[in-house]
Every structure is written in C-alpha cells, then in structure tokens.
Design a binder for this molecule. Structure first.
Ligand code: PLP
Length: 362
C-alpha cells in the first residue's frame, strides 16, 4: 500500500498537509530567481537554529546518504586517519565508507545494543592513533539508541583532532543537537526523519576548520561540499537546486520552530517513554541494553520467539500499522517503531501499541 493509517516507520515519516502544499507549486527556474536564493538563505537560518550552530549550513539535493558521502569525500584523502566509533549499523558503516575512500580506519566498537560508555577506550584510541577525523552516529536508528556526544567533543578538543563528523539524521529536531558546543565540524541531517518533509533534501553544518580542509582536499564530484562555500554569495549552485524540495523543507522547519525545539524534544521524550512502557506491558523485550540510552525518536524491539518478523509485519499491516524491519545483523530479529516528527504523537503510539497487543494475543 502507498500509505497506512498508523505510520510508524522510522523514516520516511508521515508528511503533513501544509508541507505537501508548499511542495505543490509550479516553481520557476531556481538558478535564476532571487526568490529561490532568499528561500535557501532562510532555510539555512532555520537549520542553524535546529543545529544550534553559527556555522554555515549546506543544503543538498538527495536523501541522507548524499551528505554522509559528501562530507567524507570532501574532507579525506587516501591515507588519512579516521577513528570510527561504532555502536550499530550506521556507525560501523561510516568506517567502511571511509575505508573505501582509501582512509586508514581504526574502529572503537561497542555492541549494537549499547551506546558509547567506555570513554577511556575512546580517549586512548585518539591519543594513540592521532586521527584526522573522528566519526560517530548520534541516533543509531536500527538499534533505537542515542549516543551521548558531549564527551566526544571534549576528547576531540583535548587532542586537537581536526574534524568531528556526526550523523544525526535520525535525531535532529527530536533531541538536542548542540553542534558548536559539542565541537562538531560536520553535523549531518536529513529531511525525511524528525523534520517530516519528503525524502530528497539533506544538509550539514560545516565548521571553518572543515571548510579549510575541503579546500586542501579539493574534491570535485556531484556530492562535493566546496561548490557550496560561495554558492549564495555568487548565486551559483553546482547543479539546478530543487526548489520544490527546498520549499517543503522550509515549511517543515517552520512548523518545527513554531512549535519550539524544547517542546518538540519533550513531545519526543513522552512518545518514546509511552512506547517503551506499552511494549514492555505487552510482554515484549526492548533491544537496547539496560545500560544504553534509548532514542527518543525510535524504539527497537526484539521479535518474540514464537513468531517471525514477516508474519508480524503482515499482521500489523492487515490492522493498519506499518513498522520498520531491520537490516544486517538485526534483520528478522529486531523491529522498530519510529515515533519521530509527525509520528511522535501519543495517540498514534497508543494505536500502534493496541495493534501490537491484539496481534500478540491472537
Ligand atoms: C535514515 C538515516 C540515514 C540516511 O539514510 P537514507 O538513505 O537517506 O534514508 C543516515 N543515517 C541514519 C542514522 C539514518 O537513520
């Protein structure tokens, strides 16, 4: 089906009517019209608020992966050292991506059900390896966990590591992301998670140090950051910007900022708590370890022994609920409820829990 009455996939999420309306307009040529440039500038200012940053924010056409790749390729040369902190699929994946570019990658790995906790290990690894870049994932969506990042920023500063790269695609907007305070040089987000716009736009806050490094590296490619450094000043973008996508993103950010970030964080915390409590009541087991930090935007649950994920998925859909499955090591073992953005709603979470309970009882 194209859509379900109880959408709980952890992205792309349900897009509100107002955002769809902003999209549906016969926009002119984004390369020529000052209205587009103005929209880009205003959207950048909105994102600076959400990222809590004074850094320039680059807005690209493409879903999340384009900024994940673009930031790596723009800042790394073959042989550069990258320290990857892995607590899940995306975290370890970023290390693989950097290695594929010829970087020398060392990984500090934790269990998929854990969040970063042994700071001593991280500190020692940075001290011994002298990386050019540290990478980490904020909300590890497949695991339903949220990594604390403040200490990572402290370690980065202590050892003068040039770059801290953070994927907060699934956290941004639903939980505080203090880009400047935490010393994040490349802070990555996407439109189709908490922001609740259609998939197709992504963005990253780029520090001055990161800009210097992009100039040293001089990477050219479709996903390169460098052409965006003066794109607004010169009104010259590297490809025709996606006016529809930008308009939808701008509207979605307006809704978020009108609600207020603190209010949104609270709404996400409440939806997540209700979700976890309801699942436990239904006799299910949450995936994150008791010592890990569960994400306020997505909850990961173990598939119970007596049923398979494909059977559960079919039964959920028959009752109007669509949840997220999983990938890699967690495929078939863990499923997810995405209470992010428009889906961080107590009524919706309750409807999902009702379906889950009825499926498990029958
Ligand atoms: C969704 C997501 C991305 C981006 O993936 P898409 O292919 O854009 O959906 C990146 N990182 C994390 C942690 C995500 O949850």
């Amino acid at each position: 089906m194209k859509s379900y009455p109880i959408p709980m996939v952890p992205g792309p999420v349900h897009v509100p009517e107002e955002v769809l309306k902003a999209y549906m307009y016969d926009y002119g040529c984004s390369d020529m019209e000052p209205e587009f440039l103005d929209l880009y500038n205003r959207t950048e200012a909105q994102l600076q608020q959400v990222f809590a940053t004074r850094n320039k924010v680059v807005i690209m056409t493409g879903e999340g992966m384009i900024v994940l790749w673009g930031a790596l390729k723009s800042c790394l040369k073959a042989g550069d050292r990258v320290l990857t902190i892995g607590t899940g699929l995306f975290g370890f994946g970023v290390g693989d991506m950097a290695a594929s570019l010829g970087a020398e990658v060392q990984t500090v790995g934790f269990g998929y059900d854990e969040t970063i906790h042994d700071w001593h290990r991280v500190d020692e690894a940075v001290a011994a390896f002298h990386p050019k870049m540290i990478t980490a994932v904020h909300c590890e969506t497949p695991s339903g966990t949220l990594n604390p990042l403040e200490k990572l920023g402290e370690i980065k500063r202590k050892y003068n590591v040039p770059l801290l790269y953070v994927d907060t695609v699934a956290g941004l907007g639903g939980t505080p992301v203090l880009t400047d305070e935490w010393g994040i040089d490349l802070c990555l987000g996407g439109a189709q998670k908490v922001i609740s716009a259609p998939a197709g736009m992504s963005f990253l806050a780029v520090s001055d140090r990161a800009w210097e490094i992009t100039q040293e590296v001089g990477y050219q490619g479709y996903d390169a950051l460098l052409p965006f450094l003066h794109a607004q000043r010169d009104f010259y973008f590297p490809y025709t910007p996606y006016w529809h996508g930008m308009a939808a993103l701008n509207k979605a950010l307006e809704l978020l900022l009108n609600e207020g970030l603190e209010h949104s964080y609270q709404r996400h915390a409440e939806a997540a708590q209700a979700c976890r409590e309801g699942l436990l009541e239904a006799g299910l087991e949450l995936f994150p370890a008791a010592s890990a930090v569960p994400s306020p935007t997505v909850t990961a649950v173990r598939v119970p022994d007596h049923i398979t994920w494909s059977e559960l998925d079919i039964k959920f859909r028959q009752r109007g609920l669509v949840a997220g499955g999983n990938y890699g090591l967690l495929a078939g073992k863990v499923f997810r409820l995405g209470h992010m953005g428009t889906q961080a709603n107590l009524k919706l979470v309750q409807s999902a829990l009702d379906v889950i309970k009825s499926v498990l009882e029958n």
